[in-house]
Write a protein of this length. Structure first.
Ligand SMILES: Nc1nc2c(ncn2[C@@H]2O[C@H](COP(=O)(O)OP(=O)(O)OP(=O)(O)O)[C@@H](O)[C@H]2O)c(=O)[nH]1
Ligand SMILES: [Mg+2]
Length: 293
């Protein structure tokens, strides 16, 4: 109990006790702070109120960001997918990022070398994949200053590559990343890690091709389960306007590659594609002329 507190202070305290929402609680606490006596004997009370204010502000901030996903540092997505390198300190995340991408960021023996997210581009057979090193995860990560921001970056990615030096560290990571529900793979210095990353992503590469010519490079990255129609849509903005979203309008394709029963199989617009398919689109000239008339 504060010594010599005023009636105004007790009124504010009462408001706090009755407050329902965080906003009301914060307002009452700020009033309590204003009205509380300020002398040696009330230092404990003042610091208690301040600590309650800071807690409620943090809680309100957390609710705000989690609802709208708004007030967090976000990284502009580039390329066909976003892969985050996540783990404990000194596990070779930066070394890996430098190996796989165009970055030349600092690698050092001391811990916590990487202080902010570092971004590189991983070129997988012509498909650009954004790769981000997130600064090392520590215990009670969400309570650290940048923790919520970095966790939000992880949440928005497509795949986690997980780095740790011991089973204890793995356990800690599992705990800290508990709320994150994303596909992941464990970094293990595999030689074919690029292929493993690719296989974990829900995308395929598709090469377009003109009749009588070699396939175009680079390939296009498409969602798994994409069809010939999706390819057509991607390469010709006005293509679907011509043929109609569900029509075929004399359009067909030849497929060379994994989804074809035989080389050059003739398929319709709803044919589902597979990784590394080569698609040769044909728009029947007569049909396209008819549409123009
Ligand atoms: N455990 C482990 N250490 C590695 C590996 N590759 C490099 N290191 C060494 O680990 C130390 C840190 O390497 P970094 O690549 O900076 O590690 P980091 O995970 O980015 O570390 P911080 O950013 O400091 O958290 C260096 O001394 C590297 O030589 C690896 O594959 N595994
Ligand atoms: Mg690093």
């Amino acid at each position: 109990m504060p010594i010599n507190a005023s009636g105004l202070y007790y009124a504010a305290e009462q408001k706090h006790a009755l407050a329902r929402t965080n906003e009301e609680k914060l307002k009452a606490l700020q009033e309590m702070l204003k009205e509380a006596p300020k002398h040696k004997g009330s230092e404990g009370l003042l610091s208690e109120i301040k600590s309650k204010i800071s807690k409620i502000k943090k809680l309100m901030e957390k609710e705000r960001t989690s609802k709208k996903g708004g007030f967090t540092l976000s990284i502009k997505r580039e390329g066909a997918a976003q892969v985050v390198l996540v783990g404990t300190t000194n596990t070779g995340k930066s070394t890996f990022l430098n190996q796989m991408t165009n970055t030349k960021i600092a690698v050092a023996e001391y811990p916590f070398t990487t202080k902010k997210p570092e971004i590189g581009t991983f070129d997988y057979k012509g498909v650009k994949i954004q790769m981000i090193e997130v600064p090392a995860i520590t215990k009670n990560f969400e309570k650290t200053e940048m923790g919520p921001t970095f966790l939000s970056i992880i949440k928005h990615a497509d795949l986690i590559v997980l780095f740790f030096n011991s089973p204890e560290e793995k356990k800690m990571l599992d705990k800290e990343l508990y709320e994150i529900n994303l596909p992941f793979l464990i970094f293990n210095n595999q030689k074919n890690i690029g292929d493993i990353i690719w296989e974990k992503l829900d995308i395929i590469k598709v090469y377009t091709k003109q009749p009588g010519k070699k396939p175009d490079y680079p390939p296009m990255a498409m969602d798994k389960n994409s069809t010939v129609r999706d390819v057509a849509e991607r390469i010709h903005k006005d293509f679907l306007a011509k043929i109609g979203r569900h029509g075929s309008g004399g359009t067909w394709a030849r497929i060379f590659g994994n989804s074809a029963k035989f080389k050059g199989q003739k398929v319709g617009m709803d044919h589902s594609l597979a990784d590394d398919d080569i698609v040769e689109l044909h728009l029947d000239k007569r049909t396209s002329n008819q549409r123009k008339n």
